[in-house]
Design a protein around this ligand. Structure first.
Ligand code: TMP
Length: 211
């Protein structure tokens, strides 16, 4: 049986610059002939992508929003994440449950115990092996949002929402230091890429030692 793969999630407020770095990590791991599955939340399955459209564009009660995020996640874990990890592939996910704590919990003030209950229900034993949190001041994130396209429901939120979202991300990073790596996303691309490589090599080395 193949050794279980690793699960890496990428987080940060909108405009933190995650997409560029995800593309780099994909290329970097592929250059070592690693089998990777690149996916995203909300989304990653046909049902999840349909829910994404609703979540990003329709107004809804904050608890409906949280429940749909976790419904999409349940499908994502069952259809994509667990099968890939079992095959020994590495899963790179653009967001996972930390985003629910940050956005629905921090940004929208949904009771964190409700989110913990959903997390316990949907994935009691699964957590990312590594979570990169790309952190930037709000003003920098706002300036980076693509001015050429219409902003989605979350991107249109105000500064308070993003301040609270960022604060909850940082609180979780402090609570789970063993898996979080906070990357100062105002640094140059080269500096960030060097840091990503260091963390990925450490994760790959821990895999080899465990064999
Ligand atoms: P993306 O634009 O980075 O792909 O993320 C989609 C949006 O969905 C982003 O604004 C964050 C938000 N989101 C939540 O509010 N809760 C969640 O659990 C997830 C996964 C994303």
């Amino acid at each position: 049986m193949a050794q279980r793969g690793k699960f890496i999630s990428f987080e940060g407020i909108d405009g933190a610059g995650k997409s560029t770095h995800i593309a780099f990590v994909q290329q970097y791991l592929a250059s070592y002939d690693m089998q990777i599955v690149s996916t995203r939340e909300p989304g990653g399955t046909p049902l999840g992508e349909a829910l994404r459209q609703l979540l990003l564009h329709e107004k809804m009660h904050l608890e409906t929003e949280a429940l749909l995020m976790f419904a999409a996640r349940r499908e994502h874990i069952a259809q994509v994440i667990e099968p890939a990890l079992t095959r020994g592939e590495w899963v790179i996910s653009d967001r996972f449950t930390d985003a629910s704590f940050a956005y629905q919990g921090g940004g929208r003030h949904l009771d964190l115990t409700k989110l913990s209950a959903l997390e316990q229900w949907v994935h009691p034993h699964l957590q990312p092996d590594l979570t990169f949190l790309f952190d930037v001041p709000l003003a920098v994130a706002r300036a980076r949002l693509d001015a050429t396209r219409a902003l989605d429901k979350f991107e249109q939120e105000d500064a308070d929402f993003f301040a609270n979202t960022r604060a909850e991300y940082l609180r979780r990073a402090a609570e789970f230091p063993e898996r979080f790596r906070v990357i100062d996303s105002t640094q140059s691309i080269e500096t960030i890429q060097a840091q990503l490589q260091t963390h990925l090599r450490a994760l790959a080395a821990s895999t080899c030692q465990a064999e």
